[in-house]
Design a protein around this ligand. Structure first.
Ligand code: 3H9
Length: 706
């Protein structure tokens, strides 16, 4: 055994039990060294006559969180996990797993290859490979259905969800549950010794009989297949998981394993795997910012929110859900009553769905207080202003906050566009001012753009990231500019969609193309949902500063002028008769589009859906490159995470910048140069894109360098 293996897998004999401990922090992932260590442990147990049983435990927070995700996409290094697990399962000496914390993916597959399993309450068991574009590839698709049946196995594998120890016991995934806080090693030793004392037989999962009723199993598989076809639209690995389980039904174990291997490799080589694994690491990277390394967060015990509208109430719920007391301030009694009602409505909705009890709601609301007096904010550690999006209104609120907040309080604005440097400069303590751009509904949407103005202190930035952590948000650091990362890029590709519309595509075709790409909705459906009046107000606000040489499509204005603001007025780009949620195509909208084309002298041409996406994505990626070049986003991955969590970008494509890398930056630049022949101003290539193509590099190189 090499010294390296000795470090990540240790062995100690306790009586007749060989205790094998995996210690590969932070989550005991199954790296090559761990796999080798496990194989060595099986060999050691075999050769030591004193050993009658093997006990597997994980050290630290986890049993095993799965294969080492960083190894995927690199050349495979033996021994392979499936081979090691066959050796483990074949052991003639009892093999017991004592699980605490996460036992996920390959980690659960290790446990399933043991003969007996114990879990400590609080453990999380699951097969989340599907979320990485993979399938359980170390026998998980063969052993799990044999142990717990097709229905339960496919539920775990297709959702990727984590089951609790108690649920795992109920479904037969583990044999015994120990109370929370028990030491897995101690409990595992006691269990192993008890099994030895009972002369418990070696019990191999591959021989388990949950598939004995072939017809019933096939019926369960067919049902899951039909449901998955609806739910997993566009995804590659769910279908492969189902194929593997079909193999478990039809083939002997060894052949089923070969089939699983073949399909696992197909998943491994799919671009979806690359996109999803990029997303996994990117969302963990965004919190790694220079300020968090340079400074510790300030205290965060009490929060203030100014404004009880949709946004203010959503932020209040997010803070209450994070366990924080919240003081909400509104301008008058009626508004504060409405603010409180907006907060309660969220919890009442959960009660109606059976997801919250009235007692729990009362306990949460006990941490809420409302006031019409700014003086109620004197002892808050952080206050978030969420009032009307207008500079004068925001500055007036900030002037009040400057008067009442205690020294050192963080003063945040929830603006989506406005110049936060200007807001900060309007009060006496710009070092305490930061932007917290929540996305609506603020208690649900995971993205939080943390907008860092020039004068803010590092510890204020660190505090904002700490707030995000407590609220379980995905934070992205953004610089100050019109629209920050997300809305700035959105404005550009929305414009590309408007050009496509005026040049000949219908809104319905554009939405269809965008949905085919993997978005849940197209841009015109989103406009109808958000409300056409909001975009209209923004366009009017920006009219004075718009570049007169830039092409401006007026179709949206014509529709807004009619009062067709989307779902809330029952028509926008689509018709929503009787408040329908799914719109119908509207010939009158097409007539408006035609009239505008004629007015500006455009002869409509036809676009394929692929051509629509080439333009839509080229606009997005080009502006993404500008945002990175200007330092508005720290790295390309910050753009990716913004779009994954705030704009419905399909996760399996990794984010716009990862997608661009996979397509090839040279191809995207060539597209932009081709489109520039029609409109050189709009399609000005980002200097960063040009530079990367010239150097033969990609966005990933900038992620690594950061
Ligand atoms: C698989 O098993 C395939 C097999 O079926 C077939 C094989 C043939 N590998 O999330 P956290 C890192 S596929 C490498 O912040 P938490 C993570 O990047 C795998 N690294 O902590 C982070 O690093 P850093 C199936 C990993 O407490 C650090 O650990 N398994 C892995 O909030 C802490 O992570 C999964 O998909 C890994 N497998 O959550 C489980 N996992 O500090 C994926 C984590 O440098 N993991 N890291 O940023 C998770 O779901 C969560 O990490 C977990 C802990 C719940 C375990």
């Amino acid at each position: 055994m090499s010294a390296e293996n000795a470090a990540v897998v240790t062995m100690a004999r306790e009586g007749h039990v060989l205790v094998v401990t995996i210690q590969n922090p932070p989550v005991n992932a199954l790296s090559q060294a761990v796999r080798q260590g496990l194989a060595d442990a099986v060999a050691q147990a075999r050769s030591d006559a004193q050993v009658q049983a093997i006990l597997l435990v994980g050290s630290g927070k986890a049993f095993i969180a799965g294969a080492d995700i960083r190894e995927f996409g690199k050349p495979a290094m033996p021994p392979s996990l499936p081979d090691v697990l066959v050796q483990l399962e074949n052991s003639d000496k009892l093999v017991v797993a004592a699980i605490h914390g996460p036992a996920l993916g390959g980690g659960l597959e290790v446990a399933l290859s043991c003969h007996y399993r114990l879990a400590v309450s609080g453990a999380k068991l699951g097969l989340p490979e599907v979320q990485l574009g993979l399938l359980p590839g170390a026998g998980g698709t063969q052993r799990t259905p044999r142990l717990i049946g097709v229905k339960a196995a496919l539920d775990l594998m297709l959702s990727g969800r984590h089951a609790s120890a108690e649920e795992a016991l109920a479904m037969g995934l583990v044999d015994q549950v120990e109370p929370a806080g028990s030491d897995a090693r101690t409990a595992g030793l006691a269990y192993a010794n008890a099994l030895l004392a009972q002369n418990a037989p070696v019990r191999r999962t591959r021989e388990a009989t949950a598939l004995a009723d072939k017809a019933a199993s096939q019926a369960e598989l067919d049902t899951a297949k039909a449901e998955s076809a609806k739910k997993s639209r566009g995804l590659f690995s769910p279908g492969k998981i189902i194929e593997c389980v079909q193999g478990a039904l039809d083939l002997p174990f060894e052949q089923g394993m070969q089939n699983e291997r073949k399909l696992f490799v197909q998943c491994l080589e799919s671009p979806q795997r690359a996109g999803l694994i990029h997303a996994f690491f990117a969302e963990r990277e965004t919190a790694k910012i220079p300020e968090a390394k340079a400074a510790a967060p300030r205290a965060l015990n009490r929060i203030g929110v100014v404004g009880g509208g949709t946004m203010g109430a959503g932020i209040t719920v997010a803070a209450l859900d994070a366990g924080l007391p919240v003081v909400m301030v509104e301008r008058d009694d009626e508004s504060i009553a409405r603010g409180r009602a907006n907060v309660e409505k969220v919890y009442d909705g959960l009660i109606a769905k059976g997801r919250l009890t009235a007692e729990k709601k009362a306990a949460i609301m006990a941490r809420y207080s409302g006031s019409t007096d700014y003086a109620a904010l004197t002892d808050v550690d952080l206050v978030i202003e969420a009032v009307f999006e207008e500079m004068g209104v925001k500055k007036a609120v900030f002037a009040e906050l400057d008067k009442v907040c205690k020294p050192g309080a963080v003063i945040a604005t929830n603006t989506s566009y406005l110049d936060i440097d200007a807001i900060a400069a309007s009060i006496s303590r710009p070092q305490d001012v930061i932007g917290l751009h929540f996305f609506s509904p603020a208690n649900i949407m995971k993205l939080l753009e943390i907008v860092v103005p020039a004068k803010v202190s590092a510890d204020v930035v660190a505090t904002a990231f700490e707030l995000a952590r407590r609220m379980k948000k995905v934070p992205v650091r953004a610089g100050v500019c019109d629209g920050f990362i997300g809305n700035r890029i959105l404005a550009v590709y929305r414009e590309a969609a408007n050009y496509l519309l005026e040049d000949g595509a219908s809104p319905y075709q554009i939405d269809e193309a965008v949905r085919e790409f993997g978005y849940p909705m197209g841009p015109f459906q989103v406009a109808d949902l958000a409300g056409g009046d909001i975009g209209w107000a923004t366009r009017k606000r920006k009219a004075a500063t718009r570049n007169p040489n830039a092409r401006y499509v007026q179709i949206a204005d014509r529709i807004a002028e009619k009062g067709w603001f989307g779902q809330k007025t029952q028509r926008g780009y689509y018709l929503y008769p009787q408040g329908a949620r799914v719109g119908e195509q509207d010939p009158e909208v097409l007539a408006i589009v035609d009239a505008e084309r004629q007015r500006v002298g455009v002869t409509p041409r036809s676009f394929s859906n692929a051509e629509i996406m080439r333009r839509y994505m080229a606009a997005m990626v080009n502006e993404g490159a500008n945002v990175v070049r200007e330092g508005i986003a720290l790295r390309p991955l910050d753009v990716d995470v913004t779009f994954l969590y705030g704009y419905g970008f399909p996760r399996f494509r990794g984010g716009p910048m990862k997608w661009a890398d996979m397509v090839g930056l040279d191809k995207i630049l060539a597209d932009i140069r081709e489109f520039a022949k029609e409109d050189a101003l709009f399609w000005t290539p980002s200097p960063l894109l040009v530079e990367l193509v010239d150097k033969g590099e990609n966005f990933e190189s900038l992620n690594k360098a950061a």
